[in-house]
Structure formats: C-alpha cells, structure tokens
Write a protein that binds this ligand. Sequence first.
Ligand code: SF4
Ligand code: SF4
Length: 373
Amino acid sequence: MAQVYFATARVGKWKYDDSMPGKLERLLKKADLGTYFEKKEWVAVKTHFGSDGAHRIVRPTFLRKIADGLKAVGARPFVTDTVRILGLDYLEVANYNGINHLSVGVPVILADGIFGHDNLMVRAGEILGEIAVAAAIYDVPAMVVCSHVKGHIQAGYAGAIKNLAMGAVSSTHRHCGWKCGRGAMHATGEGKLVWDAEKCTFCFQCQEICPLECINFADGEMRYDNEKCWRCGRCARVCPSDGLELPGDDTLFMRSLAEAAAAVLTTFQPKKVLYVNFLTEIQPECDCMPAAEVPIMQDLGILVTDDIVAVEQASIDMLLKAKPLPQSLAQDMGVKDGDDILMKLHNKHYHIQIEEAVRLGIGSREYELIMLE
Ligand code: SF4
Ligand code: SF4
C-alpha cells in the first residue's frame, strides 16, 4: 500500500516550519528524496508553466523548495514543461508567471525543444497506439511530477495523471503530426473543427487564443488551417456560444490520459518518479486557459508519494470533503455542502482516468495517509 504524506494548508503556529514552503520542505524529508534520487543524477521537476492570464500554477516558491531538496541529496534538477504555445513565447510565459532560473535556482527548459519537435515515439496502447514523449523526459532517469490540482472541462478533474499525459507528450510530432501528440487525446477521428455559423457571435475569441494563428474570419465565414492545427481544443473551449466544436469523446479522453501517463512511465525505472500534488488555488479549469478563475474550494494542502494513482485518489478524497466557496463559480452553480463539487461543475465522471490507470497497472487506489505533524 502506498504511503501518502500530507501537510495541511492551515497554519497552526506562526513560524516558518508551519508555513506551506516549510511544510513542503518537511514533507520532502519525510519522503526521503535520497532513496529515490542519486548523487549527480539528473532529475526533471515537471510542472505546468501556465498561460497568458492563468497565474494559479504551482508557485515558484514551491518549485524552489523541491529543487533545493533535490540538490541537498546531490541530484541535479531542472524545471521543465512541454511546448504549449510556440516555445520561446512559452518560456516567456513561465518567466512572467515567476518561473525562471533565478527564482527556482535551477535551469528552466522546454522538454521538447523550442519548436516542440524534440520527442521520441513510445508505445502507448489500444487507444493511442504510439505517442511522442518529450525527449528530455524520455532521457532523464528520474522525475518529480508537480501538479496543480484543479477542475478540467473535458476530464472533470486534473492532477498528476493529466500533468504527465498532456504535459510530458508533445503537441505534435515532426512526421506524424498531432495524431502522435496530445491532440490524439483531445480529438477523435480526423478531429476537424466544426464551426456553426448559426451559433457564432463573431466574438473572435477562438482566433485570439489559437497558439498557431490557424483561425481567421473573412466574408462572414470562419476559416482554419487544418494541416497546421494541433487539435489542442482551446478555440472550442473558449467559445462562449457552442459555435465551435472539436470532435471528441470524454470517456476516451480520460482513458487516453491514463494510457499516455502509463506510456511516459515506461521510460523510467520503478521508484524513480515522485508525485507532489498541490491542492491549492483549486480553480474550475485548466492552467492552459487564458484566465484563472477564483478558487472553488479552500486551499487544502500538499500530498507527496511515489504512486501516481494513490496521489490522485488521496487528492480526490480530499476534494470530496471540501466545501464550495462563496463568491465562486461553485456558488453560482448552486453547489451545496456535501456535493461533489467538480462533478457539479463539469458533469464528467472523472474517476474514469483513475480506474483506467489502475487497469493499466501503474498504481493503486489503496493508500495510507500520513499526516505531517
Ligand atoms: S484546436 Fe483550435 S486553438 Fe488549437 S491549434 Fe487547432 S485551431 Fe488552434
Ligand atoms: S469563439 Fe465561437 S462565437 Fe466566437 S468567433 Fe469563434 S466560433 Fe464564433
């Protein structure tokens, strides 16, 4: 049974040890980083850099603590994510969200290069076939997966599985394009965008958010570059009037997240990946959206373990006990105390990703929760 270490976000005593950074430091000591990471070993600290306007990511303060913890056991960490908007622009997003070499104390790099083409094909499974895993993640022997727990429009819940699946896989592959990238999870079939002229209000939000400038409007019609499109789905997600749809299947999406995460894990030896889930600033949507909403539930704390399923199950078990926050989307949607907040918000059976991860044998839902004193 996995041991999951937990530190609450509440402060008992007004001293550093009881702060969130102080508790993270103590959690990492409890988890005993030296048993996972060797001297001089490269370790990827995988996080999400956020996006233009989405600032509720894992804060650089915490990344710094993790990097410092790794350096203390002699390892050589670097902080990383994969290209979600064109590479150098994405590094700039990281920078203004506070993540840079100076703040985290180690290099901040793109795991799949500045164009997102540095990746290797890895066998995934029955849904995805093969998937393009970012080269730096493929090659690095060890990793700490730092995940900001939140809601997600298509998966209902987003944590470590989604961070690994979407975040360690490139948007596109040099030869087989989006079909071997994360678009293969977002879209089904040819994944061609469907525009509904009747519903479109010509707000142009889809055009603004597209990272590749695929979309434009002329003569009252939407046009898009189907060849160039990554099938990231952002345009459809921001459409306020259901005027744009990326053909997809929620169940397949969640199962494919687990499948991609499992594929990424095949590039590591056992016990070389540690998971840190941050149940903080838990907002309704993904950090790749163009804005971050106010949290729908209070900060809960930080979980650390070496089992990807256990960290997700423990996170979900905590979210299920949380109360909806007033003046948030949860209140707007009439969520009551005792409700499953994420289910009420997104109406997605988000447990599917956990069940699929168990079926694929990458972890266990059974865990022992060890509270930090
Ligand atoms: S799915 Fe939409 S936002 Fe994403 S690359 Fe294609 S056109 Fe652009
Ligand atoms: S976001 Fe939707 S409504 Fe706005 S222009 Fe695009 S398709 Fe039309």
